[in-house]
Design a protein around this ligand. Structure first.
Ligand code: ADP
Length: 288
């Protein structure tokens, strides 16, 4: 599957321009992380991809066919977990998935439900009512419904929100396994979610794409722009850095931060993906 976004623009009826001239190619198999601060335009982009919204400019084509013409076919190939996904508390997991399978028009739904339940590790809970589940289990039910019918294209909007660290790790492993033969788009504002699993990153802020490429390429860009220095009371040297973290050490408070030009007192360190992401966002912020 090959999805082409061609000069997409989205202006809401309020006049808010949520996306500005977005051009991208998404191809399977891959696990793509869509990262950006809250309000960057991630959900809007995902809603356009599932044809839940129509762009005010530009077009999306799927395997060369314009999305409005392809919409019916795409529905059968698409699994979507929206950010504000509602579950029916009084249904059991099985009943809920059965209902979702009927909405998707899936034949032989029993097998499809079993597969989705197995893939999300919910076998022991399938007869439990949804209201009795933990946050992580509820999120797994949301993912299970997206997996119904073995879709080729999966979109997960902030799937790790509200999960504890252990569950987040579980989910990351799950995503990298799922993406082996599919196109998976994973939106998040938590950079650790994409760090080890995504083969491609799209960084978006204020409706514009700031970066698209491999995570290592983003890290390379930040080399020489990430440093640490000891905060000396009152000298204000750390103000030359955009501070990412402060750690108490025996020598004093060690500040880690990014800057276009590191202050002389700072020791340059190897960037993490989070440093590189923050460097990109802060640099763009200055030019706007
Ligand atoms: P993200 O998912 O990255 O948090 P969104 O796509 O939800 O970002 O929002 C992008 C921008 O568009 C924000 O400024 C948001 O307030 C605005 N926005 C989102 N939905 C609507 C809407 N239905 N009407 C007007 N503005 C909207």
């Amino acid at each position: 599957m090959r999805i082409h976004l061609n000069h997409l623009n989205m202006i809401y009826p309020t006049g808010k321009q949520a996306l500005k001239d977005i051009s991208l190619m998404l191809e399977s198999p891959s696990l793509i992380g869509l990262v950006g601060p809250n309000g960057a335009g991630k959900s809007t982009l995902m809603k356009l991809l599932v044809a839940g919204l129509l762009p005010t400019g530009g077009e999306i084509t799927v395997d060369g066919v314009p999305l409005p013409k392809y919409e019916k076919t795409l529905k059968g190939k698409l699994g979507y977990l929206p950010q504000d996904f509602g579950l029916y508390d009084e249904l059991t997991i099985w009943e809920f998935l059965d209902y979702m399978a009927a909405l998707k028009g899936i034949r032989d739904s029993g097998k499809a439900i079993e597969r989705a339940i197995a893939a999300t590790g919910l076998e022991e809970k399938k007869k439990a009512r949804i209201r009795t589940l933990s946050g992580g289990q509820r999120q797994r039910v949301g993912i299970a419904q997206a997996l119904l019918g073995e879709p080729e294209f999966l979109i997960f909007d902030e799937p790790t929100v509200g999960l504890d660290p252990e569950e987040r790790i579980r989910f990351r492993n799950f995503f990298s396994q799922t993406a082996q033969d599919k196109l998976v788009l994973l939106s998040t504002h938590i950079i650790e979610d994409v760090q080890s699993v995504c083969d491609r990153l799209i960084v978006i802020d204020r409706g514009k794409i700031l970066f698209t490429g491999r995570p290592e390429e983003l890290i390379l860009r930040a080399r020489g722009h990430v440093g640490v220095l000891l905060e000396q009371a009152g000298d204000g040297k750390e103000s030359a850095l955009h501070i990412i973290s402060r750690v108490n050490t025996a020598e004093g408070v060690l500040c880690r931060g990014v800057a276009e030009v590191l202050p002389q007192e700072a020791r340059s360190v190897e960037p993490t993906l989070e440093d590189a992401y923050l460097y990109l966002i802060t640099q763009e912020g200055k030019t706007q």
